[in-house]
Design a binder for this molecule. Structure first.
Ligand code: FHN
Length: 463
């Protein structure tokens, strides 16, 4: 396991025998790396799922629609003509874009991504190609994205747009609405039965052009669920992005290769990777607001996931689901701000940090040959500490007090000194029989997580 992980870190390929051999270096694309520079530095972003579905909030005419809040139309098979009546009630008078950006900044998040159009087909922006949008179809009569883009520009926050390119339950040609418009494809699962390309060309592609034209610099476009998206169709979207804003990143769910890999929802890989990647994740169990979902992740859980992801080379895109009036629920706001206060003190361990040079802290594969639900060998994670690095500095983040002196995994660089990141208090290093360890001062300075910095000679850790 470790060998494969380091092979990935070093950019070498692994041959069938399992032995790591240095092959031709991984082809790098300098333009892509340049586009990705801010993303690799940022590490932590805010995802916002907001739309008409925040009004029913998980319930349709007194009936609970189980599952994700933004999937209500699909789960309860609400006909288009009924669902679109929600537009008459969409009037989020408490929407305060500056407050949203302020929350993201207080939380220590460095970019925001909002659902410009989700699968229900309703756009949070004024669109010339579909009147099913917040400006033309609601009493609110204002462009949400414009207000958020202006607030982001005022506060120096990067803004990206989620756009459901394939599923559009409002349009007869879009994918996904089988209850009004019948199946998407023939039984072969490939041949479209709908005028899918007409939908792409008349709504999805022009709307993506609008997003890239009317709202200033767009950090990224977050495409999703690429049903029926052949590489050729995906390429059409990529061409639009590259032509209109060459610096805009494309996520990993377009249907052709993007600039970075998107993991499954709430999925954190077990190993580190050198390629850019991102985990989209929920703060409770839904993306779009549901009034019955109060299963909030606490600050400690959020912080662990953030550091775990960064120690594996990834980004954490953490969601909030505002309510219909435009207010983000209070509990996740408080939880995010708690993590943000920690990051104010300890952010050096996170922003711009590289993945762990070790890997053993992640846990181990089960020796009992158990498999998970996907048939993969089961991985048993450890959650006591994680490592991140910067030139000359190793950051060891502890989520629990080590019960014995902590032995630094061996590497060849000379160790110079250690200290607690939060208050710079020196931590004596002890070397015996070639092994270096330290005692974490008790009680831990911050029980949620305490970072110890170990300075070493040279830029990179050599094992
Ligand atoms: O179907 C969507 C879902 O509603 C949500 O937007 C997530 C976010 O990653 N993406 C899809 C499921 O993977």
């Amino acid at each position: 396991m470790r060998r494969s992980m380091f092979a990935v870190l070093l950019g070498v390929s692994v041959v069938a025998s399992g032995a790591a051999q240095t092959q031709a270096p991984r082809p790098t694309d300098p333009a892509k790396e340049k586009r990705l520079a801010w993303f690799r530095e940022a590490k932590y972003g805010m995802f916002i799922h907001w739309g008409l579905y925040a009004i029913p909030a998980g319930e349709w005419h007194g009936r609970r629609c189980l599952g994700l809040g933004e999937w209500l139309m699909n789960r309860c098979q609400v006909p288009v003509r009924e669902y679109e009546q929600l537009t008459t009630q969409f009037n989020p008078t408490k929407f305060d874009p500056d407050a949203w950006v302020q929350l993201a900044q207080d939380a220590g998040m460095k970019y925001m991504v909002i659902t410009a159009k989700h699968h229900d087909g309703f756009a949070l922006f004024k669109s010339a190609v579909s009147a099913y949008n917040v400006f033309d179809a609601t009493p609110y009569h204002k462009d949400i994205l414009k207000q958020l883009a202006d607030a982001c520009a005022r506060h120096g926050m990067r803004l990206g747009f989620y756009y459901s390119q394939s599923q559009d339950w409002h349009e007869p040609g879009g994918a996904g609405n089988t209850w009004d418009f019948g199946p998407d494809t023939a039984p072969d699962g490939k041949t479209p039965l709908k005028k899918y390309d007409d939908y792409l060309r008349s709504k999805a592609e022009p709307q993506v052009k609008e997003l890239l034209t009317n709202y200033g610099p767009v950090a990224l476009i977050w495409f999703d669920t690429p049903r029926m998206m052949t590489p050729e169709r995906g390429q059409r979207f990529a061409d639009i992005v590259r032509t209109l804003q060459p610096d805009t990143l494309i996520d990993g769910r377009l249907g052709r290769e993007g600039d970075y890999r998107s993991t499954g929802d709430n999925v954190i890989p077990s190993e580190a990777s050198a390629e850019a990647w991102e985990t989209p994740a929920t703060t409770n169990d839904t993306w779009g607001f549901r009034k019955d979902d109060t299963n909030w992740k606490g600050p400690g859980q959020i912080l662990f996931k953030l550091i775990d992801i960064v120690s594996k080379g990834g980004n954490y895109l953490l969601n909030v689901g505002p309510m219909a009036d435009g207010v983000i629920p209070q509990i996740p706001q408080e939880n995010l701000r708690t993590v943000g206060r920690w990051l104010k003190v300890n952010g050096e361990a996170v922003y711009g940090s590289g993945p762990s040079p070790f890997g053993d802290e992640y846990g181990e594969w089960t020796s009992r040959n158990a498999r998970d639900v996907r048939g993969q060998k089961l991985f048993l994670p450890d959650a006591e500490w994680r490592a991140t690095v910067k030139p000359g500095r190793l950051f060891l983040t502890f989520f629990a007090e080590p019960r014995v002196p902590f032995e630094i995994p061996p590497f060849r660089n000379q160790l110079l000194r250690a200290y607690r990141l939060a208050d710079k208090a020196p931590i004596p290093l002890k070397t015996e029989n070639g092994k270096t360890s330290f005692d974490m001062p008790r009680p831990m300075l911050d029980p949620m997580a305490t970072v110890v910095v170990v300075e070493f000679a040279g830029d990179k850790i050599v094992r």
